[in-house]
Design a binder for this molecule. Structure first.
Ligand code: GLN
Length: 489
């Protein structure tokens, strides 16, 4: 196995630009790794070998001509929710069988403009709905730390691919935690930027008021560089923010922890069902920062217990509306019925998995007359109150420290009750509802029946202050003794 796959995004781009390694060599090394591992891990649903090598050749040509770009020549994996022109895009569903978009999402277009190479499309819970990467037409993704464990969801493929050294960085989406909980489960880094920081144009919609194109990589610096390459204002998305972009990956070490104010929400760490080892991880992180001179301040989140119910009303409501377009008429799967309505029924029954259907049912229910006020409208009010609590907290502190998930990683098939799965999102959902950025970083490992598994924490930041947030995450990375998974296989 070529050692080239161990390079990080930044390092790899630097080597390509310095002509120490060609993009073709790098891309071939990743393709070989994917080929060797995908049968077990199942992170990729489509591997774009020819296209990847073509893009890599074009990259090498640019380097020769002295026209190198930000992430020149580095192979990237793309969650299969991002439309890629001329490349099968399925949302990990059966209903989008054979769908080849005629256009490119803004985020992926930005990555190619920055010199990135499309390695392939990544498995995930269909439409982004799930927490264990089991709600997919393509079979579950496996956690490279231990094959009988899930890498989390919905972006299981995005994290498994980077944790397993199949590529240098990946895109994910985070609607209620999908870049962070999987990062936690695989000892990798996940950034959910501020809502509106990365364009949603060309990203298959789940819950439009929450969907945030996100990033996964092995280090904070690489994740920051990837974010820089994909973010930016886009007039094609009406919720895209026309706000100045930072060079997210630069000066990350330039933070004086002394005097940094970190909010520690008591209600988060007192949540029922929080594994004591995870609580300890959060408390040890707080202690480490305190010893380095930071001030730990108690902040209040009395509404934490309402965040999950609030999200599981709003997200399905938006999903029911967004997924109404899949009727078998224009693209994707069509199962012919006796008449038009029967065709709709048969197509949608065959095309969506059970969990997706459950969300469509819940969404239509909470939007129906008679229940709209009781559920949907009430949830919107709760959402506003949760955002207000964050505002109050972030007026007093620079960042908030919180658990990412309530338990250490769990096995594939271990959680069957949907409510158990929804409760996995308790710590990632609140700031998603408020549109705030957060970054999940690994902190250490725990032992579970002889298996070593990663755990971590997240930092939640102020609107559009990703750079400040990333500096704190970087400082944390320097302080921990966390060792990433070694290259195996
Ligand atoms: N697990 C959450 C859900 O199923 C979050 C998913 C996401 O962020 N895409 O909705």
């Amino acid at each position: 196995m070529s050692e080239l796959v161990k390079l990080g995004l930044k390092e790899a781009a630097e080597k390509v630009k310095a002509r120490e390694v060609s993009s073709v060599e790098l891309t071939q090394a990743c393709l070989d790794r994917v080929q060797a591992r995908n049968g077990d891990i199942n992170a990729f649903v489509t591997v774009c070998s020819d296209k990847a090598l073509e893009m890599a050749e074009a990259s090498d040509q640019r380097v020769k001509e002295g026209k190198s770009r930000l992430i020149e020549g580095v192979p990237l994996g793309i969650k299969d929710l991002f439309c890629t022109e001329g490349v099968l895009t399925t949302a990990s569903s059966h209903i989008l069988d054979g769908f080849v978009p005629a256009y490119e999402s803004t985020v992926t277009a930005n990555l190619w403009k920055a010199g990135g190479v499309l390695l392939g499309k990544l498995n995930h819970d269909q439409f982004g709905m799930g927490t264990a990467n089991e709600n997919t037409h393509y079979g579950p993704v496996r956690n490279p730390w231990a094959m009988d464990y899930t890498p989390g969801g919905s972006s299981g493929g995005s994290v498994a691919a980077v944790a397993d050294y199949q590529c240098m960085a990946t895109t994910s989406t985070d609607t209620g935690g999908s870049s962070r909980q999987p990062a936690f489960m695989t000892g990798t880094v996940g950034i959910k930027p501020t809502y509106g920081r990365c364009s949603r144009w060309g990203v298959i919609s789940y819950a439009s008021s929450l969907d945030s194109p996100s990033v996964n990589a092995r280090t904070v610096e690489d994740a920051a560089l990837m974010l820089r390459a994909m973010a930016g204002f886009d007039p094609k998305d009406s919720t895209s923010a026309d706000i100045e972009m930072d060079a997210f990956d630069e000066d990350l070490a330039d933070l004086d922890v002394k005097g940094l104010k970190i909010g520690l929400p008591t209600e988060y760490i007192e949540v029922e069902g929080l594994d004591p080892r995870i609580k300890q991880t959060v408390l040890s992180t707080a202690k480490r920062f305190e010893e380095a001179g930071a001030e730990i301040i108690d902040v209040k989140f009395p509404l934490i217990e309402y965040a999950v119910p609030c999200y599981y009303i709003i997200a399905p409501a938006e999903a029911a509306s967004n997924l109404a377009r899949y009727d078998g008429m224009r693209y994707g799967l069509r199962v012919e019925g006796e008449n038009l309505v029967d065709t709709y029924k048969k197509t949608r029954s065959a095309g969506f998995k059970l969990e997706t259907k459950r969300r469509i049912m819940i969404g239509n229910y909470v939007l129906s007359s008679g229940y709209y006020d009781a559920y949907y409208l009430k949830a919107q009010k709760v959402r506003a109150l949760i955002a207000r609590d964050f505002q109050n907290a972030l007026d007093k502190v620079d960042v908030i420290l919180a658990p990412t998930a309530p338990t250490p990683p769990f096995k594939v098939g271990a959680l069957t009750d949907p409510v158990q799965l929804y409760l996995q999102d308790i710590f990632t959902i609140p700031n998603s509802l408020a549109g705030l950025p957060a970054v999940a970083v690994p902190s250490g490992t725990v032992e579970e029946g002889g298996t070593t598994l990663p755990v971590g924490i997240q930092f939640i930041g102020k609107l559009f202050k990703e750079k400040d947030l990333l500096k704190v995450a970087y400082a944390h990375e320097q302080m921990t003794q966390f060792k990433p998974l070694e290259l195996k296989g």
